[in-house]
Design a protein around this ligand. Structure first.
Ligand code: PM9
Length: 460
């Protein structure tokens, strides 16, 4: 029998209007924005797939919790709700709230990295690497080679390559490593999960050298869902139990609550390491706020606590990931080159294959994201050479193998008809792809340049 449709396990009771503009209007707006989709006004966007970060629709349970915010400076009841949610769902003992994920990365990097130490990661993430480098750390890529190949169908492209880890220890010694920074559903690889088997091996290896694993748990629930769907022995396990097992291999995590946790702002670091917790509490008061609010209002912490319970509902997470899959399959059916397997939070267009006439130094993914906006008002994000930035010492561009445009699906926000509009726009662009021109930089900030850099069309 044909697989039955699974619908969203919720209905919609509040809407926000969005509007389609004219092509001429969008051409003017993208020029004004320096061909950078981050610099567009949200009101000029029709379907916003820039990011899934902070863009979720909250539930009535979360919104009603917002009215129960305890806005005392110290010891707000909502902090204790958040602490309990993290303990129950993630399994970590101590929690320090932060205003968002990068603040937790900042605190962790400053405390846990000594100048000159390596930080192995299963592929870089922009803010995670930046904070590690600011603390004097050296990023070391330990992801499997398949992750760098958009056409590899490996079901767990987020896996760690143990040989790469071993090579680092053999060459530099275990003391030269600060900790392993392991991300579920690796963002820059296309939202690709690791397997529980691989995590188990990595944890056993790390134990041998007394190296802690600190997760970037940002999209851990989506990873748990893929384990349930793809890994032997997990089909009958609830996502909640799989997540708990995954986190059990780590000493702690940094977290951007703006993703899995279904809220618009927030984050935290969580740990079982008492000494780290004490230091993190000392540091959070300098940069974020008291250790029982860390830059968040009481109502924000309540929304996160409730989002944490909602995110592990099997019906919810299945419908979330299957919507991403729906868009991906539509693009595949149209013959459009995308990263496979389809990821957990986004579909990634492979700009190298989409626009083979534009060399990487002319920013094909940036140009494709701009062209998509002009075609249909759909906003996406570059995840290629611009995001990778420059080597801080040589000043040369990092040249990642992956040159991608990320169509990121916010949680509980759009319908599959919106996905159809996106797919049709990608198809129209693909049919006329040779008309898209490369770009040159006219302004570039020193760090995290993708947020604010400006471009112009070559020969435009
Ligand atoms: N990710 C994203 O759009 C926000 C803007 S791009 C920097 O994917 C991971 C895996 C992330 C992430 C943010 C952060 C930082 C850490 N790890 O944005 O500071 O995807 O809450 O989290 C974005 P915050």
């Amino acid at each position: 029998m044909k697989q039955r449709t699974i619908a969203e396990p919720y209905r919609i009771k509040m809407i926000e209007p969005i509007k389609m503009t004219t092509r001429e209007y969008r051409e003017a707006k993208i020029r004004e924005a320096g061909y950078n989709t981050f610099l567009l006004k949200s009101e000029d966007v029709y379907i916003d797939l820039l990011t899934d970060s902070g863009a979720s629709a909250m539930s009535d349970w979360q919104w009603s919790g917002m009215f129960l915010g305890d806005e005392a400076y110290a010891g707000a009841r909502n902090f204790f709700h958040l602490e309990k949610a993290v303990q129950e769902i993630y399994g970590f003992k101590h929690i320090v709230p932060t205003h968002q994920g990068r603040a937790a990365e900042h605190i962790t990097s400053q405390i846990r990295i000594q100048r000159g130490q390596y930080v192995p990661m299963n592929m870089y993430f922009t803010t995670t690497r930046e904070h590690a480098e600011r603390a004097g750390g050296i990023f070391y890529d330990c992801i499997v080679d398949e992750a760098h190949d958009p056409a590899s169908a490996h079901p767990f492209k987020g896996n760690v390559d143990l040989n790469k880890l071993q090579r680092l220890v053999d060459e530099k010694g275990a003391n030269a490593i600060a900790y392993l920074s392991i991300a579920p559903c690796v963002n820059m690889a296309g939202g690709q999960p690791f397997s529980m088997a691989n995590l188990r091996e990595v944890a056993a290896w790390a134990k041998r050298y007394n190296l802690p694993i600190i997760f970037d748990a940002t999209r851990a629930v989506e990873n748990a869902y893929f384990i349930q769907q793809r890994e032997e022995g997990y089909a009958r396990k609830p996502v909640r139990a799989i997540l708990r097992e995954m986190m059990g291999y780590g000493e702690g995590c940094t977290m951007s609550s703006k993703k899995d946790n279904l809220v618009n702002i927030g984050g935290f670091l969580a740990t079982n390491n008492e000494a780290f917790f004490v230091k993190a509490k000392e540091m959070v008061v300098v940069f974020e706020g008291l250790h029982t609010y860390g830059g968040l209002a009481g109502r924000d912490m309540e929304a996160i606590a409730r989002g944490i319970y909602e995110m592990v509902d099997d019906a919810y997470i299945a419908s979330r990931v299957r919507q991403v899959e729906y868009l991906g399959k539509r693009l595949q059916d149209a013959g459009i080159p995308i990263v496979i397997p389809i990821g957990g939070h986004a579909v990634f267009l492979d700009a190298k294959r989409f626009l083979p006439h534009i060399p990487q130094e002319q920013f094909p993914a940036q140009a494709l994201a701009a062209a998509l906006y002009v075609d249909s008002g759909v906003r996406a994000m570059e995840r290629g050479i611009v995001s990778a930035g420059r080597d801080h010492t040589t000043g040369e561009h990092h040249k990642p193998k992956l040159e991608l445009v990320r169509l990121t699906i916010p949680r509980r926000v759009y319908t599959n008809l919106h996905m159809d509009v996106v797919a049709e726009s990608c198809q129209a662009l693909y049919e006329e792809r040779e008309k898209i021109k490369g770009l040159e930089i006219v302004y570039e900030p020193e760090t995290l340049r993708f947020f604010q850099a400006r471009f112009q069309e070559i020969g435009g």
